[in-house]
Design a protein around this ligand. Structure first.
Ligand code: SAM
Length: 200
């Protein structure tokens, strides 16, 4: 990962979403990207040029574009038509993003387009976040990582976020993943945690 004087950046064609450019690199803002926030907090698996990534909840491709700057291929799944239009434009300008319009709750529908990946990153903000992650872990290579961004308010606004986090960790373990680390994304994002998991 590339840091310039404490600022996380990525190397690639700029002008994707009006991001700032610092010494020729694209600034990756932790307030706009939960994945960037995780790195600012010192957590998570580093992105590397030899990695393939399945990205669930691609939205308009802002974070996807940074992940693509660091890795070899990003399979980017999004089901909403409006952000998908923006994602297609981002993918058009890069050679290593595969945009997939699909519902992440139904991974078998995009399985024919996929290969095994080194990293599954999920940011879908849905009540069924944990089961979506478990169902997509099928694409992980042995030794691969899964990062689940848990939005606790999407699961239950009335329960305490730490309880929801503990329940999610337990469900991931029961589903066969090792939960290596969990980190709250404050001060960048409220009521969001990143759960960093590994598959044996
Ligand atoms: N990860 C994005 C970023 O950093 O730029 C932001 C993601 S936004 C919080 C969540 C996205 O997940 C939305 O664009 C939404 O349409 C998408 N989403 C939610 N449920 C989904 C599902 N079941 N399948 C595919 N996409 C989904």
């Amino acid at each position: 990962m590339i840091w310039i004087e404490g600022v996380l950046v990525s190397e690639g064609a700029g002008g994707v979403y009006g991001e700032r450019i610092l010494q020729g690199y694209r600034v990756w803002d932790p307030y706009r990207s939960k994945l960037a926030a995780m790195y600012y907090l010192g957590a998570g698996p580093e992105l590397r040029p030899d990695q393939t990534v399945l990205y669930l909840g691609a939205a308009n491709g802002t974070t996807v574009s940074h992940v693509a700057d660091y890795t070899s291929v990003v399979y980017a799944v999004e089901y909403a038509p409006r952000p998908m239009q923006d994602l297609l434009e981002v993918a058009r300008r890069r050679k290593n993003i595969v945009p997939i319009m699909a519902d992440a709750t139904r991974p078998m529908e995009y399985a024919p387009l996929m290969e095994s990946v080194d990293l599954v990153y999920q940011d879908v903000a849905q009540p069924g976040q944990v089961s979506i992650a478990l169902n997509n872990a099928v694409f992980l290579k042995p030794g691969g990582n899964l990062v689940l961004v848990l939005k606790t308010r999407s699961i239950d606004v009335s329960r305490s976020p730490p309880d929801i986090l503990a329940e999610a960790e337990e469900a991931l373990r029961s589903g066969g993943l090792q939960v290596r680390q969990s980190v709250w994304l404050t001060p960048y994002h409220q009521d969001h945690a990143a759960l960093i998991c590994a598959r044996d």
